[in-house]
Design a protein around this ligand. Structure first.
Ligand SMILES: Cc1cc2nc3c(=O)[nH]c(=O)nc-3n(C[C@H](O)[C@H](O)[C@H](O)COP(=O)(O)OP(=O)(O)OC[C@H]3O[C@@H](n4cnc5c(N)ncnc54)[C@H](O)[C@@H]3O)c2cc1C
Length: 400
């Protein structure tokens, strides 16, 4: 069976690429390994799919080449996706930081992609495990450059698009197949790591997190010169919430995180003022004005346990300074992340050096394309990863 374009993976980028190519008159087949298409789209954003963001900039993406994503994001922007969403009358809302979510269900987005595919005449097959992909030696430009085997069937195509996603959440389709294909065709890989993922601890913080499990608060968290202001959440396994997921994209094993529990205040200055204002109060009562009682007690155990019953007037300025500095820059050292089981994305992947930033085609293998999460481009939390899937899918769809 011959197609102009075969796409491996019926996820966000694969479906987008499929109808873009088919709208150009290309005969397109999408092969999906799972029993259903778009599983991650349906689970995304708590079932409401954070499909893009009002503010998309290249610095919202992590890649060994920070310029690589620019061409695709420019050619198909958040405004282009938004006008598609509006054309389908999909109700959406803006949440914090420009994040756009469906008002009803993520299924609205998947249905929109599938309708576009159907209207453009895309063929989609599920439960299709491709066992072998070969480049056909000496193929003519217009001919069958690739041969694929899936069970007893074989397919040929001129362009092959790898849209198999990353390793995160295997039950939602996460697979390493795209990376194997990249290696098979001589492309290099950047080291992969779980991204947008909660942290775990094996030191004293483990117990602290368990005891504070369920508590959320606004913080600023920093690591490797990157900082995020957002909510963090203590869980019985460690630390999660948007602030922690965001910073996890910049964390490497062994790194410490610096948490500012009072991101809007200079804690040293504030505590010294409070010493004058409330000399008879305990430090934990003063701190209780800004932080929850349970967190204050845990911080007391860690930072000023020997001054627990001492009134502010009797705590030296030096000690207050030390506590204040720790409140603004509290260091924790995660032992690990929760890994691909719960990660929203995979960092790293197919090295962008081997791909054209305009077309996503492999430089050394004409007709072979890599799009979406399998590529070494990872977005922040907030709709950036889907925008990369739409934009890279579009770029490849215009050329494949
Ligand atoms: C729980 C969760 C929530 C998320 N929420 C958001 C959000 O709200 N906003 C956001 O921007 N991002 C979100 N993300 C990230 C986003 O889902 C991904 O970045 C995006 O789906 C990547 O698109 P993709 O097409 O590259 O891969 P995917 O959408 O993962 O699609 C890959 C497809 O390829 C299939 N496949 C794998 N191997 C093969 C093979 N060998 N042959 C054929 N098919 C194969 C898979 O089954 C899958 O259907 C979330 C991720 C998770 C896990």
């Amino acid at each position: 069976m011959h197609y102009d374009v075969i796409i491996l993976g019926a996820g966000a980028s694969g479906l987008f690429c499929a109808f873009t190519a088919a709208q150009r008159g290309r005969r397109v087949l999408v092969l999906e390994r799972a029993n259903k298409v778009g599983k991650k789209i349906l689970m995304s954003g708590g079932g409401r799919c954070n499909f893009t963001n009002y503010s998309i900039e290249p610095n919202n993406f992590i890649s060994s080449n920070c310029h690589f994503c620019k061409a695709s994001l420019k050619r198909y922007s958040q405004w282009d996706f938004l006008s598609l969403v509006e054309r389908y009358d999909i109700a959406f809302e803006e949440r914090q930081y420009g994040q756009l979510f469906c008002l009803n269900s993520a299924r609205d987005i998947l249905n929109m992609l599938l309708t576009e595919c159907e209207n453009a005449g895309v063929d989609i097959r599920t439960n299709c495990q491709v066992s072998d992909v070969k480049a056909v030696e000496g193929a003519e430009d217009e001919g069958a450059r690739f041969k694929l085997s899936a069970g007893k069937q074989s397919f040929t195509c001129q362009s092959l698009v790898v849209a198999t996603g990353g390793l995160s959440i295997p039950t939602l389709g996460g697979s390493g197949d795209g990376y194997l294909l990249a290696e098979q065709f001589g492309l290099t890989l950047k080291p992969r790591q779980a991204g947008l993922v909660p942290f775990m601890f094996s030191d004293a913080m483990k117990g602290v997190c368990e005891r504070l499990s369920g508590l959320a608060l606004p913080v600023a968290v920093s690591c490797n010169e990157q900082q995020f202001h957002a909510d963090m959440l203590f869980t019985h396994r460690g630390m999660s919430g948007p602030a922690m997921l965001q910073i996890s994209n910049y964390w490497n094993p062994g790194d410490a995180l610096t948490i500012d529990f009072l991101p809007d205040d200079d804690a040293v200055e504030w505590l010294l003022q409070e010493k004058q204002r409330s000399p008879k109060s305990l430090l934990r009562s003063v701190l209780g004005q800004r932080l929850s009682k349970s967190l204050t007690l845990e911080l007391q155990n860690l930072l000023w346990t020997e001054r627990g019953q001492t009134v502010m007037a009797e705590i030296s300025d030096r000690d207050l300074r030390r506590v204040g500095e720790s409140l603004n820059a509290f260091e924790v050292k995660p032992s690990a992340t929760e890994g691909y089981r719960t990660a929203e994305v995979t960092r790293g992947g197919v090295d962008t050096d081997g791909l054209s930033s305009k077309t996503l085609e492999a430089k050394t293998q004409p007709g072979l394309y890599f799009i979406g999460e399998v590529v070494d481009v990872t977005g922040w939390l907030g709709g950036f990863n889907f925008q990369w899937a739409w934009s890279s899918g579009y770029s490849a769809g215009l050329h494949a």
